[in-house]
Design a protein around this ligand. Structure first.
Ligand code: ADP
Ligand code: ASP
Ligand code: MG
Length: 416
């Protein structure tokens, strides 16, 4: 791929498993050396924390105190990337290369101040250009940034992909390479579906939908950024050589869109909870009150189903949230019920759910997809709790224990 460009500028990102131990870090350093020696002199590396390290830090903070301020959490959880930067820089120098280790704040990765889920606003490219001018390879800490006031932030779990794409966009790279522990972007998680197929070329729109519906091989925001700035992404395996299969995520031509498969992939996400609130229809104000309060608590609501039958005097509203937000939502509803006018609200809730989705551009021009989804889930004895659709996806909420079976069944039905 590098040979397709003259003096290419490339950003390579290495994930946690790729840097999981000393041997792997040395392997990654050799791979970087090969890339550099092949003529890619404008090369910058973005790294994640070593596998398991961010989880360890998250748990450690939770153990010390259950209500640590997010800004303090970020100081701890961003530390994993710092260690990776140092170890990989040391490994590169051990090979005789010059490395420039850079934390987010040193590079100038400016973010919003929404701690634990900050968004990158701007990246200063001066340090990268200076490093290249000195024949150094910058090694940048992913996942972390800094606010205008100098506070450390993190970008949300899996956020190193976003750091890499943001750096690529800032320096106008030819492409951004996401090196990970699988061969590319597959038609389903290859750890769930044994015969999932690698997708050699994937449109931004499908990649974005699949990532946001649970295909965690790419952080959702990284695809959003790449799509916005038309930055091609190459997803490939750290442990395989240059000739091995991979995925290129880029814009499809019009004819490619027309020929797109009806379903390109199946995604799933676990740890979802569903809440259903019903009450007399004259209490429709409950909907806006409820959502206002949930919004004030910065809780993200996903699927919403509103039901009001003309011949019934009741209004019914079902919605899903991440399981980690479940208790807080119930508290908000309880508080609402304390007010006299909303006392008659009836609330039902269910946790341990999952959302399974089929995604494909071809769905825009084909019918019968919904029928096939329901039929497949029915045949497998899987109860559908909720449904949501868009132009290019159909999502069903099912019990968590049925999630993998649903993914395998839908993959078999649509992809083979
Ligand atoms: P990294 O540490 O390199 O960032 P992640 O664990 O974040 O890696 O993402 C890679 C993992 O994503 C794979 O090991 C795989 O289990 C999972 N995954 C989920 N859906 C897909 C998919 N559609 N294609 C490829 N991998 C997927
Ligand atoms: N280390 C961070 C995490 O585990 C960021 C990343 O790996 O992309 O979420
Ligand atoms: Mg990741």
């Amino acid at each position: 791929m590098y040979e397709l460009f003259e003096n290419p500028t490339v950003i390579q990102k290495y994930g946690g498993t790729s840097l999981g131990d000393v041997e792997r870090i040395r392997h990654v350093a050799k791979r970087i050396q090969e890339t550099y020696d092949s003529g890619v002199k404008n090369l910058a590396i973005v790294v994640s924390a070593m596998a398991g390290e961010t989880n360890r830090l998250v748990e450690l903070v939770a153990e010390v105190s259950s209500n640590t301020r997010p800004s303090v959490v970020d100081v701890a959880v961003s530390a994993g990337e710092q260690v990776s930067v140092a170890l990989l820089s040391a490994a590169l120098e051990g090979l005789g290369l010059k490395a420039e280790p850079l934390m987010g704040f040193q590079l100038g990765v400016l973010t919003t101040d929404s701690f634990e889920k900050a968004r990158i606003r701007k990246i200063d490219t001066e340090k990268l250009k200076q490093a290249w001018a000195k024949d150094c390879i910058p090694v940048v800490a992913g996942f972390q940034g800094v606010t205008d006031c100098g506070y450390i932030t993190t970008l949300g779990r899996g956020g190193s992909d976003t750091s890499a794409v943001a750096v690529a966009v800032a320096v106008g790279a030819d492409f951004c390479e996401i090196n990970t522990d699988v061969d590319g972007f597959f038609s389903a998680d290859p750890r769930v579906v044994n015969d999932a197929k690698i997708i050699p070329k994937l449109d931004f729109e499908v990649a974005l939908e699949m990532a946001s519906l649970g295909s965690k091989v790419l952080h959702t925001r990284s695809v959003e950024l790449a799509a916005k700035f038309k930055m091609p992404l190459v997803v490939r395996n750290t442990f395989k050589d240059n000739t091995s299969q991979r995925t290129i995520v880029m814009n499809s031509s019009e004819s490619e869109v027309l020929e797109s498969p009806v379903v390109s992939g199946v995604s799933s996400v676990k740890n979802i909870a569903k809440i259903t609130v019903s009450g007399p229809s004259h209490q429709a104000e409950l909907i806006s009150r409820l959502f206002q309060q949930i919004n004030d608590c910065a809780i993200n609501v996903d699927i919403i189903v509103h039901d009001r039958l003309d011949d019934e005097e009741r209004v019914k509203l079902g919605f899903t949230v991440e399981e980690s937000e479940f208790l807080r939502v119930l508290e908000v509803i309880d508080a609402l019920k304390q007010t006299e006018r909303l006392a008659q609200l009836e609330v039902k809730s269910e946790s341990n759910l999952a959302k399974v989705s089929v995604v494909g551009l071809g769905m825009k021009n084909h019918h019968g997809v919904a029928y096939k989804v329901f039929d497949t889930l029915n045949t497998n004895g899987i109860d559908i709790k909720m449904i949501s659709t868009s132009e290019i996806k159909i999502s069903c909420v099912v019990r968590s224990e049925d999630c993998d079976l649903a993914v395998i069944g839908l993959h078999k039905a649509f992809i083979g």
